[in-house]
Design a protein around this ligand. Structure first.
Ligand code: SF4
Length: 328
């Protein structure tokens, strides 16, 4: 079993607004093993991106611990965090919005090297050499070094974002919806590239997406979030074969099955995601759940280990045995 690189314990992130307190992330815990990928999935507003940003301290958690290589990074001094941040990088969803349109590839990819004083500004030869190495690693042709982001397609722009993230030789990368803005064929190329880089460089990923089909073959473990909380957590194969939470079942039922003759009934969810402002202390999925019954009003369902490594937060799914959710 791989070593745990990041331990997340009771992570909470609230935002105070004029309408009340938004419970963006509400007491979640999970481990990320070194060299592995953990997928975090859920609808917009479920707290997955906020979680990703907390993991690398881009935003400060309200409470909880994020233990990276044995140190709680939420309690590090700014200077200590600056050193550690080199090991932690993020790849954003929209490569176009995250790249400065006035800068060339050379300038964009060199930026973190210069900012962190890895290479001196006047050492132009060393800068270009390192940028070309990074471009080669992510499959960008040498001739593109002086082009601007708007001259390239979405796939190439995302490769620039990946090259920039790799510049600091990170160990841990949060990939925040890195392929959702791309065409399906380009998505596959970027996913393959990320996999190759993981294999070659021993990277650990958190892969955030609203699309379960994307994480299917990419993640080792999957965390399903709903309205700031984890509702299910399991190894990827187990989650796809045996989803136990009604929300995960609905998400999976919406995925197209490529097999001939495959037939899976789509589970329709009622209503919309509830407001994350001051949510009541009951199951947050209750208004949309097809299995809702009186037992569901019995407080917030705890995340319990149903079978080894498979955790579910639902009052109707009990630990051990052949656990299945039954309609009331
Ligand atoms: Fe549905 Fe009840 Fe389980 Fe919530 S606790 S997911 S409402 S069955």
């Amino acid at each position: 079993m791989a070593e745990v690189l990041v331990r997340v314990r009771n992570l909470v992130k609230y935002f105070k607004t004029s309408r009340g307190v938004v419970h963006a992330v509400d007491d979640i815990s999970f481990d990320i093993e070194e060299g592995k990928t953990i997928g975090i999935v859920g609808e917009s507003g479920c707290g997955k991106s906020t979680t990703g940003r907390c993991l690398i301290c881009l935003i400060e958690p309200t409470s909880g611990e994020i233990i990276y290589r044995g140190q709680d990074i939420c309690r590090l001094k700014r200077s200590e965090m600056k050193k550690l941040r080199k090991e932690m990088q993020i790849i954003f969803q929209d490569p176009y919005a995250s790249l400065n349109p006035r800068k060339t590839l050379l300038q964009i990819i060199a930026e973190p090297l210069l900012y962190n004083k890895i290479i001196r500004t006047k050492d132009k030869f060393a800068i270009e050499k390192r940028v070309l190495e990074l471009m080669d690693k992510v499959g960008l042709a040498e001739r593109l070094i002086n082009t601007y982001p708007h001259e390239l397609d979405g796939g190439r722009r995302q490769r620039i974002g990946i090259a920039r993230a790799l510049a600091m030789e990170p160990k841990f990368i949060v990939c925040d919806e890195p392929v959702s803005a791309l065409d399906v064929s380009i998505q596959a190329q970027i996913l393959n590239l990320l996999k190759e880089l993981q294999r070659d460089l021993g990277l650990t990923y958190v892969f955030i997406t609203h699309d379960l089909s994307v994480v299917n073959h990419f993640s080792d473990d999957i965390v399903v979030m709903y309205l700031g909380q984890i509702v299910e957590k399991a190894p990827a194969d187990e989650l796809f074969e045996n989803p136990l939470h009604p929300y995960t079942q609905a998400l999976l039922s919406a995925i197209l099955i490529p097999a001939v003759g495959a037939n899976r009934e789509r589970i329709k969810l009622r209503g919309e995601l509830a407001s994350p402002i001051d949510p009541p202390p009951v199951c947050r999925f209750d208004k949309r759940c097809n299995y809702y019954c009186q037992d569901c009003d019995n407080g917030v369902p705890p995340l319990l280990e149903i079978t080894p490594g498979h955790f579910v937060a639902c009052h109707l799914v009990k630990p051990r045995g052949n656990a299945t959710v039954k309609a009331s």
